[in-house]
Design a protein around this ligand. Sequence first.
Ligand SMILES: C[S@@+](CC[C@H](N)C(=O)[O-])C[C@H]1O[C@@H](n2cnc3c(N)ncnc32)[C@H](O)[C@@H]1O
Length: 282
Amino acid sequence: MNQLNLNNYKQEIADLYTRRSERYDNSHWHWRIANHLVEYGQVSPGQQILDIATGTGHCAIAAAQLMGETGKVIGIDIAPGMIIQAQNKAKTLSLNNLEFLLADAENIDFPENHFDRIFCASAFIWMSDLVKSLLLWRKFLKPGGILGIQAFAETAFVGGVITQKILEKYGISYLMSQPTGTVEKCQYLLEKANFELIEIQVEQDGNYISLEEAQKMWAGTSHPAPGQYPHPLSKLSTEQLKQAKLEFENELKVLQTDQGIWNDITTFYIYGRKPINLLQNF
Ligand SMILES: C[S@@+](CC[C@H](N)C(=O)[O-])C[C@H]1O[C@@H](n2cnc3c(N)ncnc32)[C@H](O)[C@@H]1O
């Protein structure tokens, strides 16, 4: 597989997901979300489809199965380990209309006006520049083609939300899902990139987790921070880091109930169309 020339931020992401790649499909959770995104994305036989940050290929495989033998799906990702898993799955399922490529979503080059659908599930906040990415991806959509993105609300994942609250006290902004965290923000991003007929479905989801599980969500510096490099926690001294982690754990204890700690996972499914009228496509 060709190696990519990635900057440090992206190399850390690629390494993280390659490390996770063999275990990634143990949970069905990402699979369910990706299937939902594709299911409502009006996929039909004969289409050209791009799955951005495909991971182990959830959206790409769902789309290829919906299309049958016709059309073509391309899945791209920066993590070689994830691409290998995706390729193995496609082979096992004998899906021949599917190709997986190692590529950086912010640095891709496909023919303009080529794809009928572009999907991106559980990955948009990893992009360094959200509007620039949308504008780039829009270029590769046919006029009338649809972009479907799945993102999480800023209330999602209790560990991240409490980390943000604690870090604010230290003057540190830890973004996580904040850039796409409300319906208004998602609408604004797609409007800014000239999409029309924007539709955002909100899925209220969540579960109770144990205190131990919640405490594991502490954002250590070994896990890259979506959209932020260098890692915002690297501004803290070792002593401050220790103190912040303690405050995080104490704050979680306060949230504990008999059922555990509520972990909100409110999810947005965002769709936008590239205008059919070519004059709007500048
Ligand atoms: C949480 S996984 C989501 C994978 C898949 N879309 C799914 O729904 O299961 C995030 C993926 O984004 C990929 N990723 C992050 N930044 C990327 C970039 N700039 N270009 C391509 N892939 C990227 C990671 O390597 C990882 O596989």
